[in-house]
Design a protein around this ligand. Sequence first.
Ligand code: PEP
Length: 250
Amino acid sequence: MRTYYIAGNWKMNMTASEARDFAQKLVKKLDGSDVKIMVAPPFTALESVSSIVRGTSIVLGAQNMCHKESGAHTGEVSADMLLDLDVSTVILGHSERRAIYKETDSHINEKVRLALAKGLEVIFCVGETLEERESGKVEDVVLTQVREGLASVEASQLSSLVIAYEPVWAIGTGKTATPEDANAVHKLIRDEMRRSFGDEAADAMIIQYGGSVKPDNAAELMSQSDIDGALVGGASLDVDSFAAIAQFNA
Ligand code: PEP
């Protein structure tokens, strides 16, 4: 049995004090939920949110990290810096990092391997653009991202790996993949994990859907056989919306 996993990516929103107030409200609503819940504030709010979620069932995540352990990387944040703030999860390969900051599959792979080696849980994002979908390349694009992004990841590390399928055309646009279309890609990803790591690891793997998940579409998406949770952007910035998504099965 896979446990549903709902994660909120706050992106570049909220100052440290706003994030603290927001996290307090979330804890009141969601501490002790029967689904796993993670929030990923911006780096500058990690410390304040960490102090609020510590000791609760809500897990703290970061939105990115450096591919190197330390040194001359101006503006970057290392895995150890995250761990020191009780961050347990890091989102890697988000489509905004790929598109705006030109992160390649091999660069993302360096980050994934370092994060897993450091004991962080990784939410590894993949997904096709609208152009790629319309030209029939979904399978090719998603499987290439999975293979290259997870190259040299070991079977023993898979329990710390979550994959988020996020069709780029559905992120922040209000357009959602139909539950059936999303599930088909989730199955494709799970089958690829099956080929690489075997049945047990593939069946245990959490595969989240991301792309305009809202309270009114969450339950239908989650009812699909291979959708095990959601990575939520816009709707995670509203306490009631995020709580309603996390309580989709209430
Ligand atoms: C995201 O940024 O990962 C995301 C899914 O955003 P939204 O929910 O706003 O589409």
